[in-house]
Design a protein around this ligand. Structure first.
Ligand SMILES: [Zn+2]
Length: 319
């Protein structure tokens, strides 16, 4: 059963909004684009892995995608957490192209692609670190009886994996997506004892969902973009130009001459992602370049957003 399904993280959505609304000659624009590309590659890797996880029998497995838990003053983030009656499995997904060499003595991962060598953190060390933190989390909530294991899954079948490690237990922890289910079955055989029945699995699921804290980066601050630099306007869903105008009860794009009824909805989402956690009628008009207070009210009301305050003080919140 998928308890928390795969979706783009808040921070990825924020980055997409930022790229839509930053001038492309901004001096950090290319860096932003590259960061988003890496994050999307990670997301696509996780999506490839979810294809295999979909085959797990619903009643025996609870699957959580992209969980982020507090740990002291910090957080730790797990790509997939798989609960079964026998154990909790941490699944770290890696989406790398090229040839990967897991170097044992310096504990690093070296990727060779297009004649270039690049070093990365050892994903096994990362998974072990998450295992430790999850174990502390479980203990503090009375679940110390649940064993925690981990796997690092490489999502691209074309990734070539090499290592100089002679430790067979390490090699068992790395898997290609297409071998994932087979390896999971092997792991289940190791953890024979049933440590949770359906009822405690449900109870633990609730706790996990309640403890999850979505990432919420101040993306403008991260890339040094001032609020005043964010490009306002409604974006044309067809040609992506910003600054649609209101004509005959619809949004009209002067560039590609297409109409759209709902283009302001994405603009409001961008506003929430980038500028503020609430929007007033005035802020909505400024952001969408509307002049009519009544029209702005109507469009905001129709979005059925939760609101607080009354009359001129009314502000709308995201769903
Ligand atoms: Zn257009």
């Amino acid at each position: 059963m998928i308890v928390k399904e795969l979706s783009k993280s808040n921070n990825v959505l924020k980055m997409e909004a930022l790229l839509r609304r930053t001038p492309n000659d901004y001096f950090r624009y290319e860096e932003m684009k590259e960061d988003l590309r890496k994050r999307l590659a990670g997301y696509n890797g996780e999506r490839a892995i979810s294809y295999y996880l979909d085959y797990l029998p619903d009643k025996d497995y609870f699957i959580f995608h992209d969980m982020r838990f507090p740990s002291g003053n910090h957080y730790f983030q797990i790509d997939y957490l798989v609960l079964s009656p026998h154990l909790a499995l941490i699944l770290e997904c890696k989406n790398f192209y090229g040839t990967l060499f897991l170097e044992d003595s310096f504990n690093q991962l070296i990727r060779t692609a297009n004649d270039k060598e690049e070093g990365f953190h050892n994903p096994l060390a990362q998974a072990r670190w998450h295992q430790q933190q999850l174990s502390t989390f479980f203990s503090s909530h009375g679940y110390s009886q649940i064993p925690i294991d981990y796997l690092v899954a490489f999502s691209s079948p074309s990734t070539i994996l090499k290592t100089n490690s002679r430790d067979p237990s390490i090699l068992k922890k790395i898997v290609h997506g297409y071998n994932l289910l087979e390896r999971l079955t092997e792991i289940e055989r190791v953890y024979k004892n049933e440590v949770m029945d359906m009822k405690s699995m449900r109870k633990l699921s609730k706790l996990l969902l309640k403890s999850h804290v979505p990432g919420d980066q101040d993306i403008l601050q991260k890339y040094g973009v001032a609020k005043s630099e964010v490009i306002t306007g409604v974006q044309c869903p067809n040609c992506k130009a910003l600054g649609m105008i209101r004509v005959r009860r619809k949004w009209f794009c002067e560039k590609c001459e297409c109409y759209d009824s709902d283009a302001h909805i994405d603009a409001v989402k961008d506003y929430f992602f980038l500028l503020n956690s609430t929007i007033s009628n005035k802020q909505f008009r400024e952001f969408t370049h509307l002049t009519s207070v009544d029209m702005a009210s109507k469009l905001l009301m129709r979005m059925n957003l939760p609101s607080s305050g009354a009359n001129k003080g009314r502000v709308y919140h995201p769903h």
